[in-house]
Design a protein around this ligand. Structure first.
Ligand SMILES: NC(=O)c1ccc[n+]([C@@H]2O[C@H](COP(=O)([O-])OP(=O)(O)OC[C@H]3O[C@@H](n4cnc5c(N)ncnc54)[C@H](O)[C@@H]3O)[C@@H](O)[C@H]2O)c1
Length: 397
């Protein structure tokens, strides 16, 4: 993770978090450990809880807990009660800054530890689901400090969602099935950054890719990029592999399940396990054979057709694979670290308290510049004449 490595060196010199306490609620993974080390190099004391009861890598938690400026409250496989108890313990540190992934920390802080709100300078949220919760909090006047929504930064959408998720989803599907993608009809539901990345990678493997959408602009974009666009119901009879990436629910419902051909595979890349109607599938099945391969369950229907559900309909790249590659997490976490450093150093003023903020463009540009430097790629710079030309409205043809 070279970008975080460069940030760590710069934070060690500039000490943006000197004397500050950061409460984090993140997946406790190797990539997160690299992020935490960058924050502590910048002078922070970090208290870390897990953002999912199942995602903690216990060896990473133990390694981080051994570091002097870090405490970790996380263990893989905890129940819901322990999950929230860990968040409460992290909040006992009375943080100056918070970094969240899904809004459980910020939510608990507001609901159960309101006495801490005034001491928090600001926070950063990693996911679109968390950012959506924060926006609802802000709209109802309940959010007590500014939070940067890092999910919609330009670098994150391109590098992490499009290329990271695009590749990792195909990787998870291949690990679970070892299927030959070439020649298959692959249906990708949703043509956002995730879906477009998945569609491109499936096409790269030789699939005939059909996109389904509800947004006319995104549907048009898919057509311009050479994909066929059809309603899910119409394409279902020829779909050999369906991948959902919409953030919506029941994109593959009973009618689509009834139309799929024998041996069709179903995978989900969206945040929650609601995009494929797993309950309807179970109801339609006369026989369920879990574990026909790791992370693959066979549902035999009354007419003899078999449908293969991958990863129980949960995020296939995280369940059947290793999640997005570290190189993709590198730039995402760099955006989050810089956003926090920006909040630590800026007096956002009372008008920013209670607002969900965009990632400042300068942070995106800095992360992209560091990523280019890590790749050894140099780019041109505008000359003084070019800058003057671009600034002027007087010059025409
Ligand atoms: N698996 C991962 O690692 C990972 C990474 C990032 C995001 N996500 C999740 O993936 C999902 C998509 O992310 P995104 O950034 O591309 O989101 P997005 O909102 O930009 O794009 C989703 C697209 O799906 C379309 N859509 C909505 N309902 C639909 C339906 N019923 N049928 C067809 N299309 C429909 C929308 O019009 C939109 O164009 C979200 O749930 C997000 O949280 C997963």
């Amino acid at each position: 993770m070279p970008v975080l490595g460069m940030l760590r060196a710069s934070f060690a010199e500039k000490q943006p978090f000197a004397g500050l306490t950061i409460a984090c609620c993140l997946h406790v993974t190797a990539e997160t450990a690299v992020l935490v080390r960058a924050l502590t190099a910048g002078g922070a004391r970090v208290h870390l809880a897990a953002s999912n009861p199942l995602s903690t890598q216990d060896d990473i938690a133990a390694a981080l807990a051994a570091e002097p400026a870090v405490t970790v409250q996380a263990r893989s496989g905890v129940d819901r009660g322990s999950y929230y108890e860990h968040i409460q313990r992290v909040l006992d540190s009375a943080p100056d800054l918070v970094m969240d992934d899904g809004c459980d920390l910020v939510n608990t802080l507001h609901e159960a530890r309101a006495e801490l709100i005034g001491g928090v300078r600001g926070g950063c949220e990693a996911t679109s689901t968390g950012a959506a919760r924060l926006r609802r909090m802000a709209a109802s006047g309940s959010l007590g400090f500014p939070v940067v929504a890092a999910d919609i930064s330009a670098t994150r959408r391109i590098i992490d969602h499009k290329y990271g998720t695009g590749q990792a989803v195909l990787d998870g599907i291949l690990r679970a099935t070892n299927t030959l993608v070439a020649g298959k009809t692959v249906v990708v539901a949703g043509f956002g950054p995730c879906g477009s990345g998945i569609a491109e990678r499936a096409r790269g493997l030789g699939a005939q890719v059909v996109v389904t959408e509800v947004d006319p602009v995104r549907a048009l974009a898919a057509i311009m990029q050479g994909f066929r666009v059809m309603p899910m119901r119409a394409v279902a009879p020829s779909a050999e592999l369906v991948i959902t990436a919409t953030g919506s629910r029941e994109v593959v419902g009973p009618a689509e399940l009834a139309a799929l051909p024998d041996a069709a595979m179903l995978a989900n890349a969206g945040h929650f396990d609601v995009e494929i109607d797993v309950a309807a599938l179970a109801e339609m099945a006369v026989e369920v054979n879990p574990g026909v391969r790791p992370h693959a369950t066979e549902y035999v229907l009354a007419d003899g057709r078999r449908l293969i559900l991958l990863a129980e309909g949960r995020v296939v790249n995280l369940v059947a694979g290793e999640g997005n590659p570290a190189a993709a997490m590198d730039t995402s976490f760099a955006v989050q670290a810089l956003a926090l450093a920006w909040l630590a150093g800026s007096d956002s003023g009372p008008e920013a308290r209670g607002r969900v903020l965009d990632v400042p463009a300068a942070i995106d540009a800095e992360v992209a510049s560091l990523a280019l430097a890590a790749l050894g790629t140099r780019i041109d710079a505008l000359s003084a004449d070019q800058l003057a030309y671009l600034d002027s409205w007087r010059l025409g043809s």
